[in-house]
Design a protein around this ligand. Sequence first.
Ligand SMILES: NC(=O)c1ccc[n+]([C@@H]2O[C@H](COP(=O)([O-])OP(=O)(O)OC[C@H]3O[C@@H](n4cnc5c(N)ncnc54)[C@H](OP(=O)(O)O)[C@@H]3O)[C@@H](O)[C@H]2O)c1
Length: 341
Amino acid sequence: MADRIALVTGATGFIGARLVPALLERGWAVRTCGRRPRPESLPAAAKYHTVDLAGDDDLAPLLTEVTHVFHLAGASSSQSSEDEMYRGNVVTTERLVDAASRSETLERLLYMSSTSVYGEEVQLPSPVLEEMEPHPSRAYGKAKWAAEQVLWEADEAGAPVIIMRPVSVYGPGNVKLLASAILDAAIERFAGNQVLPVPATAIEQRLVHIDDIVRATMHLAVHPWSVGGAYNVVFPSYPTSHDVAEVIAGELGMEVELSDDPECGLDVDARGKTHDEMLAAGMAPDILLTKERFRFMRKANPNNRLSIDALLSTGFQFDDADLETGIRATIAWYQEHRWIV
Ligand SMILES: NC(=O)c1ccc[n+]([C@@H]2O[C@H](COP(=O)([O-])OP(=O)(O)OC[C@H]3O[C@@H](n4cnc5c(N)ncnc54)[C@H](OP(=O)(O)O)[C@@H]3O)[C@@H](O)[C@H]2O)c1
């Protein structure tokens, strides 16, 4: 039997779907759960339980013999209402932590929180350190912060808690945030535009690649003194919205044109119509089409810069590849899988 037995919640999601095979490759026994029926893509070696963590089911059987919990289940603003975000982040965490508190085998309880806990309305000292008092400003950040409180209480009671706070994660399989921006550009190319208009005001972005998140998660989960800490996770270079648009446009054979109109590009109706045409032409419907064009690149965040000293002090190193290479490879993956046409 494997020495380490993982429970991965949210295993049907973007990050979980990449973490599970990575754990199996390293010899872990892996139990997983999600609400939907077992996905075909889940490796056969992973056990799967269909369970609503915020429902009434007894969660104790999920934790039997588990040494490491990777609590990834959560609900984000891209796809959920405020109530759903509370239920998906806070109620799931309360119930899981309660069940974990009765485990006799648990060595680590890792929670995937988010840098959205810091908020965007109160300016924090920059770069933002994990120990600064957060001021979450939106429902998602508030729900993640409330879920963190459940874990910090468990930590005080002696639970082996580790909290990760990633920024927007991108890469193959991602369906929102940067993925939606890539879809927006692909829509305009499909509509026959060779030029990609982008608002002239450059907005600083922050991203992290899915492979770095998976490696950081596994690294922190077995690190000897990571327990009791929170860890920001962001790639250490910050591109502007123009840099990101240049990479996307370049990969799609388009040219960026800076525009004084913040609402530049196709309007919502034209984007919806072209999107329908792309689906009719065989595009898979996975990437989220947002009402706002380039939604995730629109607003400057006063707390954009984050300290990653805590993560680096554990010996973690980001992949050498630069953001441009990662974004290009992601677009190539979308094209290959017909997530964009
Ligand atoms: N992706 C990012 O950019 C990013 C950035 C920062 C933090 N995070 C955090 O990282 C975690 C994973 O993100 P992700 O992008 O992989 O999320 P995702 O693709 O949206 O997947 C969410 C997962 O949570 C599960 N889930 C939601 N509510 C549940 C419930 N009540 N009971 C059981 N399972 C439930 C879903 O199961 P079903 O699909 O089967 O319903 C799914 O497996 C989340 O907590 C998220 O807040 C993500």
